[in-house]
Ligand binder design. Sequence first.
Ligand code: PGA
Length: 253
Amino acid sequence: MSRTAVIAGNWKMHGTVAQTRELAAALVERLGSAAKDRQVVIAPPFTSLQAAAEAVRGSAIEIGAQNVHWEASGAFTGEIAAAMLVEAGCRWVIVGHSERRQRFGETDADVARRARAALAAGLRTIICLGETLGERDGGLTLDVVRRQARAALLDLGAAAIRNVCIAYEPVWAIGTGRAATPEQAEEVHGKLREVVAEVAGGNEAERVRILYGGSVKPENVDSLMAQPDIDGALVGGASLDAESFARIVEFGA
Ligand code: PGA
């Protein structure tokens, strides 16, 4: 089966509203009618979501948020609900990024709750996971990603999993300039597809998009995307520059 590729830019905590408008406009100009065989997502900070949504309106670029809370409303200072993201113009959300897990103490259970709420609101959900350097060096990579993937997917049901993308992001590759090799990533992606098959069946496993993230750049995207189980990229640093993100979107050209 051929899976439509997803290239998503995770802007992290970068960009004022004015800077967002500028970068989004540059991307629309460069990619506005991007090829039909790939989906393009940008995920700016919460405060810029609405401006980004306005800037990309009518183009092929879609908007995602970087996190979502599992409750619909209530006393959750600093959190944002899924319906609020939809209202701001989001079609997508990222959950379980390693920066959330490592620096803000998010657990597998939190990530599962966030994913469930996002999917219930109709958001396409990018569930991030990946091992630390210590876990890789200890030979634990496949166990760790399997645990993380099962925790996030087990309660979702096959219908909801249809709106999930998994992003394999080895922690040691994020922001370090040291991407996983295509072979290292492919090994993990193959494992993750097996986990989806266990949890949701073979059809969903064939269908699910598994993105790679961690120092994706114009220089390495083609070799990563050439792997059979790599269906897209989650891009941090290189997504903040219109030309380099556009080149990544145009992988394989
Ligand atoms: P990077 O970040 O591309 O800057 O390594 C990727 C990510 O954190 O999603």
